[in-house]
Design a protein. Structure first.
Length: 393
């Protein structure tokens, strides 16, 4: 009999709906906030989304400060700079407006507001979860992409520049239930301005979350059910939003599906993410693009260990598996990912996306330092990582 005690964490308060952003000021007030600190990036600001978000605050005469210097792969340097601005402006609530990079940076900023810097002691490979307390300011996440699901996840992925574990920068994770936002405000109208390529990349990121979580080795039947439902929604709508930018109904389904897929990776992720986390600091390749390229290769690597579950994935993604054996259906799931990559105009390989072959050996080493592969259904070695990178090139 398994005597292990399992801990499952529910997502935060989720508010979903077109134009839900108009309620932002009331949410801040309900959390006791008097001066929110808005974390974003120049891309969100330049397309006018940030203006849409701050308008309800201006209408409510609520003062706020903004920090839009978050990079596509946020570093510990920008996190420390954000903490300085928060403290200088005497803010009391953190609001993340953007994609996964912005939300992850906001979580790390929030952490260091009440915890002694630097970030080094709080990374998961430094046994960081045991050092993190819950005495942090409230966090509201407003995702502007449908992919990362960081608004409901326990993780924050930060590029570590301290070089304490490798001879150059690499991505590391801060994982704690205290990272989960107080409120996730899901407004599909804010995702309409996403460029087509970003819609594709973030959508494939969400699909990767659902698939890797479903087959991850942790025991979490709740997350498995959520992962399959997320894949049903994502599979049914990703082509629609790619080809029809203004389809707000489909964008809403993608936003909810992304959120659900991220909740499901409480169960764990896998080798795709261990490799993809490293690629963005070396090529750099956008995280969702890296996931999309790697996913079919990792699925083939895992296939003998998860045939039944990959057959479930095929059904969830909308593949007609009638008259197929379990093995055939599992292979059809991989074929569907390849078909999606082709239709969404993903690069044909990591080399096409910008990776230089000579970087592969070091990437394989760094991938083994990442925590995600520990939950991959097939055990990974450095040699496996090397082969996966080479076959994906």
């Amino acid at each position: 009999m398994n005597k292990e005690t399992l801990s499952y964490f529910s997502p935060p308060h989720i508010e979903f709906g077109n134009e839900a952003i108009v309620n932002l000021a009331s949410h801040i007030t309900a959390l006791g906030g008097k001066k929110p600190f808005i974390v974003s990036d120049t891309g969100v600001s330049n397309v006018g989304i940030l203006k849409t978000v701050v308008t309800p605050l201006e209408d409510a005469n609520l003062p706020f400060a903004t920090y839009v210097d978050i990079e596509p792969n946020p570093t510990d340097i920008s996190v420390l700079q954000g903490v300085e601005v928060f403290q200088k402006e005497k803010c009391d609530v953190v609001i993340a407006v953007g994609g996964g990079s912005v939300m992850d940076a906001a979580k790390a900023i929030r952490l260091l507001i009440t915890h002694e810097p630097p970030l080094e002691p709080y990374y998961v490979d430094s046994d960081g979860a045991n050092k993190i307390r819950d005495d942090m300011p409230p966090l509201i996440c407003v995702p502007t992409t449908a992919g990362t699901g960081s608004e409901v996840s326990q993780g924050a992925i930060i590029t570590d520049t301290s070089m304490q574990t490798t001879d150059r920068w690499r991505k590391r994770a801060i994982i704690t239930r205290y990272n989960m936002s107080n409120i996730a405000l899901l407004d599909p109208s804010l995702t309409v301005k996403m460029p087509q390529a970003l819609t594709a990349a973030t959508g494939m990121d969400a699909i990767t979350h659902g698939i890797e979580a479903y087959v991850a080795t942790k025991h979490h039947p709740i997350a498995e059910g959520v992962a399959l439902q997320a894949l049903k929604m994502l599979g049914a709508n990703i082509r629609n939003v790619y080809h029809d930018r203004e389809n707000v109904v489909a964008r809403g389904e993608m936003l909810l599906g992304s959120c659900m897929a991220a909740f499901s990776f409480q169960k764990g992720l896998g080798a795709v993410h261990s490799i993809a986390h490293q690629l963005s600091t070396d090529a750099p390749i956008p995280h969702g693009v890296a996931n999309a390229i790697l996913l079919p290769h990792v699925m083939e690597f895992n296939l003998p260990h998860v045939i039944d579950k990959y057959a479930d994935v095929a059904t969830a993604l909308g593949v007609n598996v009638n008259e197929m054996s379990k093995s055939e259906a599992a292979c059809a799931a991989i074929d569907e990912i390849r078909a999606l990559n082709n239709e969404l105009n993903m690069p044909t390989g990591l080399g096409d996306a910008g990776l230089e072959r000579e970087k592969i050996p070091k990437l394989a080493v760094d991938s083994m330092l990442d925590h995600c592969h520990k939950f991959n259904p097939r055990k990974c070695t450095e040699e496996d990582m090397l082969r996966l990178l080479e076959v994906s090139l």
